[in-house]
Design a protein around this ligand. Structure first.
Ligand code: CTP
Length: 438
């Protein structure tokens, strides 16, 4: 019988390591039995850390989760009706807890077989053999691997295999998951599984899934190391056009995405910031040639949040304009600032992908390094103190001041105040001469 303790000790960060020991200890103290299952065990065997833990609990998972939350504070959500809970700790550790269908111990002295059949039942309902392994966390059996369906062998051989023929019918999203894992790990979809997958595609099983669930699964594609590989595979399997109607997966689009992935792989050189939203970045590259109407349609279909839609539309509208203006003529620092300052950072990243023109790239990095945080020392409050009333003239003075500061024409508070005094005077003269705001 395999025990994963050595792997747990060597592959996990100190924090996660201590956390899972604690989970086992708490289970023992409160008389629960707890197993880590699915992706955590799969990744552990691959020597990788997965901070998203799926836990199967013998009795009420919600009750156990409440005990855990007392010791490991985080955001706890309990779904009593379904016997599930979610606990989100700080620093990206997430527990998804489910109650096993059948109690592991039906009563005192019940046979350990009940425990096995219940866990086995739970694991059998899962997607692929590589995701059906469990690891005991209670101290008495800590680290013991439960592998009922040959998951470890499939993992070692690099095979994606369903557990039963109707798996893709039961949950058509597994079609996309199979492709995701195939491409993420460079695995092969086993022959019979592939036949079932093709059959499910031919029978248009994905149409039976709600759009919310479908596009939540599609979001996960953009968290993978290479979404492009997955999109290519979806296209080969005739799924791309159903998932992204009105979008043509042509050579130009592929080229753009390839460049994007190259840039993402070398963030230091491409100036991509760590907190870039890759979902928005990929969508803006995907939708770049679409009409506004088709983009709006896809945003609705994909159930994008308002904030995401706004960012995407801002990028798709402003990027082409900014590119053509910056390339066309020499723009002043202030003009450059006003072209780029309202653009979401994903838009700046997209510009460097779309245009390899060195001048444009220089201008973008000049904006990011020099201009983005350059601003006047005096504020609107100083203008109010100088007697200027809020209104169009006020805004004009403030904008002129901004431009002068960005263009380096004035520097320091004194020069700024002198500049503003001059503008206010000039403004008054204009008003007296009838060239006011109206
Ligand atoms: N699962 C399933 N069918 C699905 C989704 C999930 O059977 N449609 C099961 C799998 O056993 C999976 C577990 O639920 O391992 C947890 O799902 P999830 O967190 O989405 O998957 P992970 O395997 O952890 O994958 P990832 O590495 O992408 O997080």
């Amino acid at each position: 019988m395999t025990n994963l303790t050595p792997l747990i000790n060597s592959s996990l960060s100190k924090e996660l390591h201590a956390t899972i020991y604690l989970l086992g200890y708490l289970a023992q103290r409160e008389s629960f039995k707890v197993f880590a299952v699915g992706g955590f065990v799969r990744d552990l065997l691959l020597g990788k850390e997965n901070r998203d833990l799926d836990l199967v609990v013998d009795r009420s998972a919600t009750e156990y989760a409440k005990h855990v939350a007392k010791i490991l504070p985080g955001r706890l959500q309990c779904f009593e009706r379904f016997g599930t809970a979610k606990l989100i700790l700080s620093r990206g550790i997430i527990f998804d807890l489910v109650t096993a269908r059948q109690e592991f111990y039906a009563g005192p002295g019940a046979l350990p077989d009940i425990e096995r059949s219940s866990l086995k039942n739970d694991l059998y309902r899962r997607d692929f053999t590589i995701n059906t392994m469990a690891c005991a966390l209670n101290p008495e059996k800590f680290g013991r691997l439960y592998d009922y369906f040959g998951g470890r062998e499939d993992l070692e051989r690099g095979i994606i295999r369903i557990l039963y023929n109707l798996s893709f019918v039961d949950d058509p999203l597994r079609i996309i998951r199979a492709i995701r894992f195939e491409q993420r790990f460079d695995f092969i979809i086993e022959e019979d599984t592939y036949l079932m997958l093709r059959k499910a595609i031919a029978n248009r099983m994905l149409e039976k899934v709600s759009k919310e669930r479908l596009y939540n699964e599609i979001r996960l594609v953009f968290k993978e190391p290479s979404p492009l590989k997955i999109l290519i595979r979806l296209n080969e399997l005739q799924l791309f056009k159903d998932i992204f109607p009105r979008l043509e997966f042509n050579g130009q689009l592929k080229e753009r995405l390839l460049l994007l992935e190259k840039r993402i792989a070398e963030p230091a050189e491409s100036g991509l910031e760590g907190n870039c939203n890759y979902f928005i970045l990929y969508l803006s590259a995907l939708f770049y040639d679409l009409s506004e109407h088709d983009t709006a349609y896809l945003c609705h279909l994909m159930r994008l949040k308002r904030k995401e839609r706004l960012a995407l539309f801002a990028i798709l509208k402003k990027v082409p304009e900014a590119i053509s203006k910056i390339k066309q003529a020499s723009v002043s620092p202030a003009q450059l600032y006003f072209l780029l300052h309202e653009l979401p950072k994903e838009g700046l990243a997209l510009m460097t992908v779309l245009e390899r023109d060195p001048h444009l790239c220089e201008q973008i990095s000049y904006f990011k390094q020099e201009l983005a945080c350059r601003r006047p020392l005096i504020t609107g409050k100083d203008l109010l103190e100088k007697g200027l009333k809020p209104g169009p003239a006020f805004n004009r003075v403030l904008k002129s001041l901004y431009e002068a500061v960005l263009d380096g024409k004035v520097a320091g508070k004194e020069e700024e105040l002198a500049f503003v005094t001059f503008l206010i005077k000039k403004n008054k003269i204009c008003e007296e001469a009838g060239e006011g705001d109206n």
